[in-house]
Design a protein around this ligand. Structure first.
Ligand code: CA
Length: 223
């Protein structure tokens, strides 16, 4: 699951990013409304967490523009004070939920989970490729009946590869997904993660699933 955080307070942004990544999400951060809007319109996110007061373009305007363009990514609005008018404005503009700052991270996480659950109720929570399967809600992976214990980054790579099964994913694309778009692609790091992941999901099983496509990237292949 990929989340966009649009928040100009660097401390809050990095605290949210760090916490969400520890909980197996992939997170991009935009520190102003212009960048936030650009990324939000890429429509590559499962959820957007957005502050209202932002430089260049405020959160409510971004949200209105998104909804006008029929981009329905769930949006959780943050606001500085427990200001009722902000709340009403946010919900009227098409926000899915609202959280006043300061907030406890657990509270944010609970809202994030609820929104993703609501949005994914029709999509499959369980992703399956051959005998490999993951529970995208509980962030658990299994091959046959065996649970495979993955780190947050390994899980994030696996989920991404499973969602794009049978397609070659470049290392740059993978590093963008696992890190954020500011990451200068020292893609060797990706190779390290892939090797660890391969050891966990393929070692000891008959058919290897994680394939290296020389010079291009990686692919999770359905047999
Ligand atoms: Ca702000």
């Amino acid at each position: 699951m990929r989340i966009l955080v649009v928040e100009d307070e660097k401390k809050v942004a990095s605290f949210v990013k760090k916490g969400l990544e520890e909980d197996y999400y992939s997170v991009d951060v935009a520190l102003d409304g212009k960048e936030g809007s650009r990324l939000a319109f890429s429509d590559e996110y499962d959820l957007i967490i957005m502050d209202i007061m932002l430089p260049y373009k405020d959160g409510i305007s971004i949200l209105k523009d998104l909804r006008k363009e029929k981009i329905t990514t769930p949006v959780l609005m943050l606001t500085a004070k427990d200001d009722i008018s902000d709340k009403v404005l946010g919900l009227d503009s098409g926000a899915d939920d609202y959280l006043p700052k300061p907030f406890a991270f657990d509270e944010l996480l609970a809202r994030v989970r609820a929104l993703l659950r609501r949005n994914n109720s029709e999509k499959n929570v369980i992703l399956k490729v051959d005998d490999l399967q993951i529970d995208t809600q509980l962030h658990k992976a299994f091959r046959k009946e065996t649970e495979i214990f993955l780190t947050p980054k390994e899980y994030s790579i696996l989920e991404y590869l499973m969602r794009n099964k049978n397609h070659v994913i470049s290392r740059v694309k993978l590093s963008e997904h696992v890190y954020d778009y500011h990451f200068d692609s020292d893609t060797n790091v990706i190779d390290v993660y892939i090797n660890k992941l391969r050891n966990k999901i393929d070692k000891g099983f008959d058919k290897p699933m994680l394939q290296t496509v020389r010079g291009i990237g990686y692919m999770l292949k359905e047999n």
